[in-house]
Design a protein around this ligand. Structure first.
Ligand SMILES: *[C@@H]1O[C@H](CO)[C@@H](O)[C@H](O)[C@H]1NC(C)=O
Ligand SMILES: *[C@@H]1O[C@H](CO)[C@@H](O)[C@H](O)[C@H]1NC(C)=O
Ligand SMILES: *[C@@H]1O[C@H](CO)[C@@H](O)[C@H](O)[C@H]1NC(C)=O
Ligand SMILES: *[C@@H]1O[C@H](CO)[C@@H](O)[C@H](O)[C@H]1NC(C)=O
Ligand SMILES: *[C@@H]1O[C@H](CO)[C@@H](O)[C@H](O)[C@H]1NC(C)=O
Ligand SMILES: *[C@@H]1O[C@H](CO)[C@@H](O)[C@H](O)[C@H]1NC(C)=O
Length: 386
């Protein structure tokens, strides 16, 4: 059969396996290791059939690649630009006004150029406003800031606290969101021993979202990587407790993770809750440093999945590496892998026995943009001629 059909068939089989319970039975009947090998084989195959022939740089060259999904291709062929500037020289003075101007069920790529400055706004991009891109100046990125926490009670509201989900300074529920050179911030501090201190800087719940050269500043629960396929490239992420958390399927490449923890905390809290769910965080060529003592991850979901590859780990990483959050039953279910990491925190001799030192084959599914089906939706920022 022609290669393209072969790849598609594999994809279909894969999704069948996720959605069709009878298909699931034959997979879960095999051992966990076989299942992982099977995923690895699938991705390797997919990689050879598709991606080796087309490097990511050429995916969005002059002619748009046929592998980009159709909706996205249509949106990119029909771009629109909007300028936000606090000095009145743009189309709008606030990010919120600019988003309000985007029609419901938007089908065009909207490039929202945000001038340098501090934007004290609670920004929300609803489900119906896809294809929005925030673009800032690389030399002086705009900051979108707030200080809501899970415990904040909104004035004029119904008196109930916001909770973690609603605490986000910027919340994105739409798909195909992008941000380039933007700083997302929540300034509420985490006070050890108090409750309701979760204070999200950005929540991303839409799928096929990418962040380039962005920074995320917060303390407890900085980046809510809620759900969907996400790509973080060259980003700076700072926080104290569980500062990257959620059920996202995400690749973090060349990112700098800075802990400001005051006592033992965790960098990630990934929430994969079922073995048939494909979510998980993959960190490639990242740096983990800062203060406090930190776990690489703690299991929010029973099947929490996190992989670090080619990353530098400073001495603040606890020798045990990973935490089951006090639930022993999770030890055999979580998937916590490390591959070719370096630095004093990457010493494996004190790791919990259920941490995995990945083989080349096991690491493979996690270390390319194919992990997030990137070839169907990733757009190189250079396409926007910034
Ligand atoms: C949170 O931000 C608001 C608006 O900028 C400000 O009025 C308030 O004092 C801040 N609260 C805290 C605790 O910093
Ligand atoms: C991102 O930052 C790097 C330097 O760290 C720079 O070379 C690159 O051009 C930036 N990308 C964009 C899209 O501004
Ligand atoms: C790894 O990350 C560093 C720092 O972000 C960057 O300078 C370097 O080019 C990256 N290496 C690769 C192979 O991407
Ligand atoms: C995973 O989800 C499926 C479908 O909802 C369910 O049948 C199965 O029991 C779940 N497995 C576990 C281990 O929770
Ligand atoms: C978690 O992510 C998976 C894979 O994207 C998705 O199928 C599932 O619905 C998500 N679960 C929740 C509770 O959002
Ligand atoms: C790793 O840690 C062990 C125990 O603390 C120590 O004996 C060993 O020298 C360390 N290895 C490296 C490469 O630092």
């Amino acid at each position: 059969m022609p290669p393209i059909f072969h790849a598609q068939l594999l994809t279909i089989l894969y999704f069948l396996s996720l959605s069709n319970p009878s298909f699931n039975i034959c997979i879960s009947a095999t051992t966990d290791t076989n299942f992982n090998k099977w995923i690895s084989w699938r991705l390797n195959n997919y990689h050879q059939k598709y991606l080796d022939r087309k490097s990511p740089k050429t995916i969005f060259s002059k002619k748009m690649s046929a592998t980009l999904d159709l909706r996205l291709r249509m949106a990119e062929m029909n771009r629109k630009e909007i300028k936000v500037s606090q000095d009145g020289t743009g189309n709008f003075k606030t990010v919120t006004e600019a988003i309000d101007s985007v029609p419901l069920y938007n089908t065009r790529r909207v490039l929202l150029h945000i001038s340098s400055g501090i934007y004290r706004e609670k920004v929300s991009i609803p489900k119906t406003k896809h294809f929005i891109t925030f673009i800032g100046n690389a030399k002086d990125p705009p900051t979108i800031t707030g200080n809501d926490t899970a415990a904040t009670v909104r004035e004029g509201g119904d008196g109930t606290p916001l909770r973690t989900f609603q605490s986000a300074t910027v919340a994105v529920d739409a798909d195909y969101f992008m941000a380039i050179n933007v700083k997302f911030e929540n300034t509420a501090p985490h006070v050890v021993g108090t409750v309701g201190g979760q204070a999200v800087a950005l929540r991303i719940s839409g799928t096929k979202a990418a962040f380039y050269n962005c920074s995320f500043y917060g303390s407890q629960d900085t980046l809510y990587d809620h759900k969907g396929l996400h790509f973080f490239s060259n980003c700076f992420i700072q926080g104290s407790v569980d500062f990257i958390f959620g059920n996202g399927t995400s690749l973090y490449e060349n990112c700098y993770l800075n802990s400001i923890a005051k006592k033992v905390a965790s960098v990630t809290a990934q929430k994969r809750s079922n073995s048939s769910i494909s979510s998980g965080f993959s960190f490639k060529n990242c740096t983990i440093t800062g203060t406090g003592s930190i776990y690489l991850g703690r299991a929010w979901g029973d099947y929490s999945r996190v992989v670090f590859s080619y990353s530098f780990m400073d001495k603040i990483v606890l020798p045990q590496g990973w935490s089951d959050w006090g639930k022993k039953a999770r030890d055999q279910k979580v998937y916590y892998g490390e591959y070719k990491c370096s630095g004093p925190g990457a010493n494996l001799s004190g790791r919990v026995p259920w941490a995995r030192l990945l083989t080349d084959e096991e690491a493979l599914p996690f270390i390319g943009t194919y992990y997030i089906d990137g070839d169907s939706w990733l757009i190189n920022p250079s396409a926007y001629q910034l």
